[in-house]
Design a protein around this ligand. Sequence first.
Ligand SMILES: *Cc1c(COP(=O)(O)O)cnc(C)c1O
Length: 496
Amino acid sequence: MNFVSTRGAEKVSGARAIVQGLAKDGGLFVPEKFPAVSREELEEMLAMDYPERASFVLHKYLDEYDGDELTAALKKAYAQFEGDDPAPLVKVENGMYVLELFHGPTCAFKDMALTVLPYLLRKGCDLCGIKEEILILVATSGDTGKAALEGFKDASGIKIITFYPDEGVSKMQKLQMCTQEGENVNVIAVKGNFDDCQTAVKRIFASEEYAKELKEKGVLLSSANSINFGRLAPQIAYYFSAYLDLVSSEQIQMGDKVNFTVPTGNFGNILAAYYAKQMGLPVGTLVCASNKNNVLTDFFEKGVYDSKRPFFKTMSPSMDILVSSNLERLLFEISGRNAKVTAERMKALSEKGRYEMNAEEMKLIRASFFAGYTGEDDTVDCMYEFFTEYGYPMDTHTGVAMNVAQKFEKLKEDDHKEDGVPMVVVSTASPYKFPQDVLYALTGNDVKDSFKGIKRINLLTAMKVPESLKALRYKPMRFKTTVSPDKLYAEVLKFI
Ligand SMILES: *Cc1c(COP(=O)(O)O)cnc(C)c1O
């Protein structure tokens, strides 16, 4: 299958789209058309295990990859997860389920894709005949950086630099990144917030001059951010798998609709759900959950994307984002795959910080999406209630999603529009990844030390502490550099 740019005429193979990351015109690569999954194929997938289901979905897009080799790579990637199932579905109450995506090496859902991306990229280089060394640049709001470092550590022919906002990540996230092992990795703090960090990294990707200089040094830039289709593809798979799990456990019948609520930042996770829907998965409404940084809620309500607004630091830092990059892929679909209109909107966003949709387009969007947001206090209340009522502890990002899911169900109730469609809330991080905030939500207690928080949550919930977080405590800090956003390229040159 070929991939096209959201902003122009560029057309490339799947392997090339993954290796290149971003189109030359600054657009994102999207599949030329959505591959369909038929009812018969869904039935067939019921008997498959998680890696086989994922391989089935991925191969629909990446058909130049060898199917058996892809399955083997996926089995190897998901063997690093704790437990038998990399994406278990937990029933919390009737009609309400949680899809746990945090059982990977770094305890966040980014592992679902970033344990697989090194294979997709390495193989992609082979398929494209690329001989240069690959340099991955990552801008992270916390979880991507660590998952990418862990995924790519000591990968042959690949180096990776992770840039994170010095004031924008949790203590645990910073510790996870700065203690990273591997000879091919580097971690740098950038002064400012995530958007400053992401903009600075995008500037490097967009520069032809830099690309030329790096090529002369035998280096090719690539991205592990969620704008890379290689990140998106493995995420589509877990929506299929969650649906199939509901069917096999007789919670629903094949063909019934299911709603999903997704805690959203860069719009990658929820976009994967939209892709699953476009492929034929019976998805009802996709609920886009935001924290106090509610730029997406406003967008879905008013049809105006306006990033010029105050930025809030919240307990769900991976969602503290004002420019959601993957939204561009949705705009492209909604505009009738109009690259010119999409390019104009993205230009307006970068120059004026805003763009508008028309009424027709908003109707289309609202047919698939509902958006809501929640503040810090409501998130804490929701986490507390779910723990006391169902004994289910969740992290702060999942807390936001759960609270917005409740608001969505309540609205349906108030409008007498209850339709019995089950809700799956996507859980994106382990409660142990944000131990201080989670402990506060569950008990009202503040602790200064993350590891003390972990111990107390463990005593309270009896939930198993992930091995990777336990081990962190004894690892030395390896990376301490902080730079301003205009100095990123200099760091790149130093590292290669
Ligand atoms: C990255 C992340 C999100 C946001 O996901 P997007 O794909 O960027 O929308 C939500 N929760 C956690 C824990 C994350 O790491």
